[in-house]
Unconditional design. Structure first.
Length: 394
């Protein structure tokens, strides 16, 4: 793997009475050592509202997945309406013919209500029984166009945490205008996966196919950052910025802050942005506020967030503006993904006061906010993707 951790802070020097800093941690995943085994569970809404083109495209998307699998990969298919049906138990692809797999797809028929909760639980169970190791990519791909009949987003958050603890990442997609956006977003972010909106039935094949191909680029699963903080140091406002902007609730273990990450993928840099409070210290000290350790797939990489305490006015004036911009952009995009335009505008106002109305980041945030205001769910989903230095939307 040979991953690398790069840390930075907006202020390398702080006064003796302390300060609140903005910091970012970039994780460079290294290269893939061997091809992973993919374990894919397709969880497909087969309620009455999916009848017609949507369910046909869902079958076509599953067929597309079949064409991407290698012999040692596993696939399962769960369909849910008012009831849950395991269409195909988790099966090694080399042990089933394509024709038999296609026959199973024909069993998916649209009708009834929407019990997404039990559908997800069944899909996760289909993977849970399979053996896995540091070269296993486990993915649960959820497609739905409706609201669960009896469960609310907090219940889905609890379920997603349980699924995530099994090493299963959820890719959740809502199609149409009637699904509960908060549920789709909660599932994708809580289980360290990704959430998205599909504008049309034709997008289903790409959603399934992209997720399966991405799983094939696994470098290491179950990644996390552990920040061993010094006495008096506080960590807050934690966000994953890449590959998708998501607010994170870190876990505390003794004096360490644990931030869970999506699986490391070949050549996909991840970024975490956060606020960190440097407590009062004697002037002249160089202090490590947090030792940072990445663990993934049984390997580790380390870094540190350090500052120097000083009363030198020139040093105190040094400022890494880009770290501030990265954090503020991440917050804005996360709020736009939730549809919270008013909060995004408040964040833009703060960014403008610090960086000026003509700053490129401010202008970009204003454009994106306007697009979300004038658009719908597709624009909100797109807003959560950060544009890289190469100009590509991640």
């Amino acid at each position: 793997m040979t991953a690398n951790v790069v840390t930075d802070a907006n202020r390398p020097h702080v006064p003796g009475d302390g300060a609140k800093l903005t910091a970012e941690i970039e994780v460079e995943p290294g290269r893939q050592d061997e091809r992973p085994t993919r374990q894919i569970a397709l969880c497909i809404d087969a309620s009455g509202s999916m009848a017609g083109e949507d369910i046909e495209r869902a079958r076509s998307g599953a067929e597309w997945v079949f064409g991407l699998l290698e012999d040692d990969d596993y696939v399962s298919i769960v369909a849910f309406d008012s009831d849950v049906e395991v269409i195909l138990e988790a099966t090694r692809w080399g042990d089933i013919s394509r024709e038999d797999a296609m026959d199973h797809l024909e069993e998916i028929a649209a009708g009834g209500g929407t019990d997404m909760y039990r559908g997800l639980a069944a899909a996760a169970e289909s993977l849970r029984r399979l053996p896995d190791d540091a070269t296993t990519a486990r993915r649960l791909l959820l497609l739905s166009d409706g609201k669960d009949n009896s469960h609310d987003p907090p219940e889905f958050e609890t379920l997603a945490r349980e699924i995530d603890a099994e090493g299963i990442r959820i890719k959740s997609a809502g199609i149409g205008s009637d699904y509960r956006r908060e549920t789709i977003r909660t599932l994708g972010s809580t289980a360290r996966g990704e959430w998205t909106h599909l504008e049309a039935a034709g997008d289903i094949e790409q959603f399934f196919g992209d997720a399966v191909e991405e799983a094939g680029t696994l470098v290491a699963p179950d990644a996390q950052l552990e920040l061993d903080v010094a006495e008096g140091v506080e960590v807050s406002e934690v966000y994953r910025a890449l590959p998708q902007t998501q607010e994170v609730t870190p876990e505390w273990r003794d004096n360490a802050t644990v931030i869970k990450l999506p699986d490391l993928l070949d050549r996909e840099t991840q970024r975490v942005v956060l606020k960190i409070h440097a407590p009062p210290r004697a002037v002249g000290q160089e202090v490590t506020l947090a030792d940072v350790m990445l663990t993934a797939g049984g390997e580790t990489a380390t870094g540190a967030i350090t500052v120097e305490y000083t009363d030198d006015a020139e040093k105190l004036g040094e400022h890494n503006e880009q770290v501030d911009v990265d954090h503020r952009q991440t917050v804005i995009k996360t709020e736009l993904g939730k549809g919270n335009v008013a909060e995004a505008q408040t964040q833009i106002e703060r960014m403008t006061r610090i960086h000026g109305a003509d700053a490129e980041a401010v202008e970009s945030a204003e454009r994106q906010t306007q697009i979300v205001m004038e658009g719908g769910r597709e624009e909100q989903s797109r807003a959560t993707k950060i544009v890289t230095d190469e100009g590509l939307q991640k």
